[in-house]
Design a protein around this ligand. Sequence first.
Ligand SMILES: Cc1ncc(C[n+]2csc(CCOP(=O)(O)OP(=O)(O)O)c2C)c(N)n1
Length: 658
Amino acid sequence: MKYQPTTTSKNTQLKLYERMMKPRLIEEKMLILLRQGKVSKWFSGIGQEAIAVGVTSALKEEEYILPMHRNLGVFTSRNIPLYRLFAQWQGKGSGFTKGRDRSFHFGTQEYKIVGMISHLGPQLGVADGIALANILKREKWVTAVFTGEGATSEGDFHEALNVASVWNLPVLFCIENNGYGLSTPTNEQYKCENLADKGIGYGMESHILDGNNILEVYEKVDALCQSMRTNPRPVLLEFKTFRMRGHEEASGTKYVPQELMDQWAKKDPISNYEKFLVSEGVLNDGSIAQITERIHQEIDEHLQMAFNEDEIPLDPAVEINDVYKPYDHKEVSPGQKVSNIRLIDAISQGLRQSMEQHENLVLMGQDIADYGGVFKITEGFVDAFGKDRVRNTPICESAIISTAMGLSINGMKVMVEMQFADFVSSGFNPIVNYLAKSHYRWGEHADVVIRMPCGAGVGAGPFHSQTNEAWFTKTPGLKVVYPAFPYDAKGLLASAINDPNPVLFFEHKALYRSMYQDVPDDYYTLPMGKAGLLRSGADITIVTYGAGVHWALELLDNQPAINADLIDLRTLQPLDMDTIYASVKKTAKLIILQEDSLFGGVASDISAMVMENCFEYLDAPVKRVGSLDTPIPFAKKLEQNYLPKERFSLAIKELLEY
Ligand SMILES: Cc1ncc(C[n+]2csc(CCOP(=O)(O)OP(=O)(O)O)c2C)c(N)n1
């Protein structure tokens, strides 16, 4: 292997050598421990050290780096004490996840490292968000993110590169092309000659680098970072390298031709560099032995510390308490002056006032800037707050949700508008796996509200009518808000934005322009997790939310003989079970009405909890009423037939007569 004449100082040359040796020697130790059953899975980066070490060494300490599963050199080059890494791999308390996640699946704000989630691709969009926050804060920093060549086949790769390019974000996208994605060779993964060529399609500068040559990696990345700091732009780098061991240790390398192994063994980034440094007089046998011995000693000492550490004590309350970031709701009382406005106006007003409250709040969504969004909720916002904070996005829900995560990691608050709640399925993965799980996994909250225009009754068919809250109430780590009235919507939206946890905020489209109420003009907040008791009666409890509230009110207005408690849940996570229990203990009968199709919805869980906790108080089985278990049909009569409004009045009659 050839090393070009170098501008890198001898000191740095030596530092780079030591930085590559450390992960190599750690890995060699881990392979022994793995065979002894003392560590769990191991993803080897042997032979790829020059990339992680070179890129990390070219970045400043303040600059975020987002590594993958073969990038131990990122963690060691940021000088994380080794015992903390070892503890992480053993699931011990000194690690970064309280034993909740394994290997490199963690981040640390202290070292400005944001680790991966298993799904690989979302990492790239998170880098976009971090870089965008830097731009908005006028910080001239680069963000580096890694991906394997296999994960470039994920839509997230395409989406994240496109967003970075359209928004001109200073992200260094580093593809480690190591020949195989698990057992799949590159020719079964992509068809172009070089992955760097994909840069052209995104209008993005790209380069191919020899990933096994530390000086080439370090010098080129260093020069690029300097240039990106003064002239912010994304850059795509393809590092050619090779995976010298199995996908993970247990899986072997039988499918890799021996010639390839032999050919790449000759290109080992450490032994070649070592020879070069010896020839340059930077290293000699004595100093090599000294460095090796010093690192071995450090590894042994720190391993002992990790082994000596006790297992994490079990405490279910600690586990439950760490799912959400603790947050004290601050009540801001509504002012006296009110105006009679529609649900849609209340949401728009609440959002506008939150933009005034929080200078770091950024809005993102399709067509939300000059166009004002398809429902016009952000109309006029660009004039008031500028295009930096009110951002039109390309059509790429997954990358935008990941970008929102990155913005939050880097100190911003975010509201993402789904054009329709139905389209959230295209951003489902980062919501349920990244936003929802980060606080529990490594203590990183996701300060993101996702607004969800939802619901049927507008003749919009299967893909513009769903009320898909149950996809999210199932997922620990998310909060779910579902107001039925303008007053609640405005106050709860302000609270959702204040809350540092991820919140899905459902807004019923059929109520947007039909529902009026006197709403305070000024900013105010309402607490989450408090249901509203809209009517009081002794004979039956009706629990519902969203459009269901208005169906129930209509029924009670038309049939005054029905003597019911009517509970509007307002938020589904947290869920106010106390109000439900208290009412059921009084009325002895419960009917739960939801617009969502029946099976697996919120009503089912409420029913189960009431059966478990109030069985002795009940005079009849709990009744659930929901939509048909079909997709939502378009034609008016079919849609009416699908929705539970008619069935609700029959069911309540039956239950009263039970
Ligand atoms: C969405 C998703 N699909 C599949 C997997 C299983 N998986 C984990 S790593 C991997 C191969 C990744 O290959 P590449 O991106 O080239 O990275 P490398 O492992 O070669 O470093 C696969 C298939 C996963 N983790 N996530």
